[in-house]
Design a protein around this ligand. Structure first.
Ligand SMILES: [Ca+2]
Ligand SMILES: [Ca+2]
Length: 335
């Protein structure tokens, strides 16, 4: 699998695949063709994370590398922290042998791990344990590289690099102009990426009917994604007040930016364009306020990109992974 196919498989970019096509009904084949015409993202960028994921640096993601990437994305951060704290509470670090002991258990928490260990997926018991050994070895090799220990910070940094790389790729699937910005309309479309087809089509029509103005930079894009990841604070505010006015949402965004490490480090906050766009798209009854019903779909869907947390996301991710694994198994003659 090329880097391109690989990232494409991980960014749920289903509903806005084409930059200049208003038709939402592109099927897989059309999308592939369109993809080939576009200049490659990976001709322009080399995500740092790929030096870790593509261990043998052959510019291809093989099955083991793929498994590593997905596992890392899905490993529950809290659970990993808990294990490291338990193993070495003082220095908060863990070595390869110690981590290996927990890895199988950890992998069972991921959508992919669950799938692989389920009987329907690989019926042969002996094969499961061999593959699990092999996969564990590969994951440990990538994760530790040549290091004797990894710390909680190492793990979190790796994972955040991975998420950042995916967001960067996602951003560059839109028309990025010379200022390295995307249109407010593209930004609005990026909010739809985790909705189901019916929801996304509805919002997609709405986006086309609205007059959205302004541009969004990559840093602002990441900042907003970070906010949506903490969707609970938005939902809490709406549940408390029963609605969210533009001013209230702006306050919330400003408060968030003051606390978010990424926003602080990069001196970026959530822009007026983003606030106005989010508001315009979601305020379906156009009463100038966001009610709970108007935000819940987007907040639930979007915050889970790349994280195997919620059921709905898990299901979608599992289906996606299933397809790719099957393709892969055929490709490498694994079945
Ligand atoms: Ca490789
Ligand atoms: Ca409303």
């Amino acid at each position: 699998m090329s880097y391109q196919d690989f990232f494409h498989s991980l960014t749920p970019y289903n509903f806005v695949a084409s930059k200049d096509d208003d038709d939402d009904d592109d099927d897989e084949e059309n999308k592939d063709k369109e993809k080939e015409k576009e200049p490659g993202y990976f001709d322009k960028f080399t995500p740092e994370i790929m030096t870790i994921v593509d261990a043998n640096q052959d510019k291809k993601i093989d099955f083991n590398e793929y498994i590593f990437f997905i596992t890392l994305l899905q490993l529950p951060e809290g659970e990993v922290m808990r294990i490291i704290e338990k193993v070495n509470p003082e220095e908060r670090k863990i070595n390869k042998a110690q981590f290996a002991k927990y890895l199988t258990k950890l992998r069972k928490c991921t959508a992919l791990g669950l799938k692989q260990m389920s009987k329907s997926f690989m019926p042969d018991g002996r094969k499961i344990s061999t593959d699990e050994d092999h996969i564990s070895k590969t994951i440990l090799l990538h994760l530790f590289n040549d290091k004797e220990y990894i710390t909680i910070e190492d793990f979190c940094e790796l994972k955040s690099k991975l998420k950042h790389a995916l967001l960067h790729y996602e951003f560059y699937q839109f028309d990025v102009d010379e200022d390295e910005t995307i249109s407010a309309e593209s930004f609005a479309k990026s909010l739809l990426s985790c909705l189901n087809y019916t929801q996304a089509s509805k919002y997609s029509r709405r986006i086309h009917s609205l007059k959205l103005e302004g541009r969004v930079s990559f840093k602002e894009y990441v900042a907003f994604h970070n906010l949506i990841e903490k969707a609970d604070i938005i939902k809490m505010k709406i549940s408390t007040y029963r609605f969210l006015s533009l001013g209230m949402f702006r306050d919330l965004c400003d408060d968030f930016a003051k606390l978010d490490p990424y926003c602080n480090q990069n001196k970026v906050s959530i822009s007026d364009t983003q606030i106005a766009t989010f508001f315009k798209v979601l305020d379906e009854d156009e009463n100038g306020a966001l009610e709970y019903d108007e935000v819940v779909d987007i907040l639930e869907g979007k915050k889970n990109i790349g994280l195997g947390k919620e059921d709905k996301f898990k299901r979608e991710m599992t289906e996606k992974i299933d397809r790719y694994i099957k393709k892969f198994q055929k490709y490498v003659g694994w079945t």
